[in-house]
Structures are given as C-alpha cells and as structure tokens.
Design a binder for this molecule. Sequence first.
Ligand code: SF4
Ligand code: SF4
Length: 167
Amino acid sequence: MGSYLKTVIQNLLKGPSTDPYPFGKTFEPKGLRGKIRFNSQACVACRTCEHVCAGNAIRIKEAEDKSGLHFVVWHNTCAFCGLCEHYCPTKAIRMTADYHTAHSQAEKYNYVEQGFIKYVPCSCCGKPMIPVAAELLALAYKETANVEFLAQLCERCRPGNRLRKEE
Ligand code: SF4
Ligand code: SF4
C-alpha cells in the first residue's frame, strides 16, 4: 500500500505524460509533409504540379479578364504526397510542417492556398506573357549574359534575341 501511494504521489507531481495537443504545443516529426505553400513570384505556370497531383487538388485557371492565372491548392483534397513539390522546376511549391487541417464545414471553400500569376506584356511583340525569373533563364541560356533583357521577352521572341543586348 505504501509503495502504491508513493507511485501515485510521484505521478501526480510529474503531471500528465500524454501529449498536451490540442490544448498545448506538440512535437513536429522531422520530414513531416504538411500544408502546401505557393510562391506566385517563382511559378512559371508549367502546370507540372497540376498534372502530377495525386489528389487532384491543384487548379490553374486563366482569369476571366485574361490578366493572368489563378492558382489554387485545396488543402482538404490534398493527400500530402509531395509530388508537386518534388516535380516543380522552380521550387514555387513548398510543403510546410503545418499539419493543422481541421476546419469547420462553413470554411471548406476558403480552406485553400492560392496565388495569382499576372501576365506582363512582351517588350518585343507586346503579347501577354508569364513573367519568368532571370535566375531561371540564366540556367536555360548559360552562354548568354543578358538574361535580364530576355526576361522581358515572351517565349517566341526570346530565342531570336538571345544574343542581343538591351537597347
Ligand atoms: S502534395 Fe500531392 S495531393 Fe497535395 S497538392 Fe501536392 S501533388 Fe497534390
Ligand atoms: S508551381 Fe511549379 S510545377 Fe506548378 S505550375 Fe508553377 S512552376 Fe510549374
């Protein structure tokens, strides 16, 4: 009886040994695949993520006024497989360690990660185009020094102007 009481007192003093979540902070396992984060500045709208998405959670759709592309990831359809992050050539998609996915039914249509990729006019032909980061062009046109200039051109004007300098 004495040792039993001792154990009870010891345990009472130690406090709960179970995880305090959801009332307190809990641990995040290393490598946890949580909610997607999207960076519209880095996206080149190649649609690879939409194509490989196991959960059919990604939609890339042109805006009604044709000013750019809406990008949406539905968190409650995402299967956290990580394929989008793996195949994105520009690292525009990142998986975070945020695993908090509970939400009310009323919130289900707002439970998204989204961004807008605004078209810019090509400085050569004027056609609306998706901006491409100069860093990416530097990878594609290794021998060309004027990537800042090429970044202002659409994919049709770029090859013919790759050796030209900005005027
Ligand atoms: S993690 Fe998988 S299911 Fe989720 S958005 Fe990316 S590809 Fe789709
Ligand atoms: S997020 Fe990545 S894979 Fe998806 S469209 Fe943009 S650049 Fe392509």
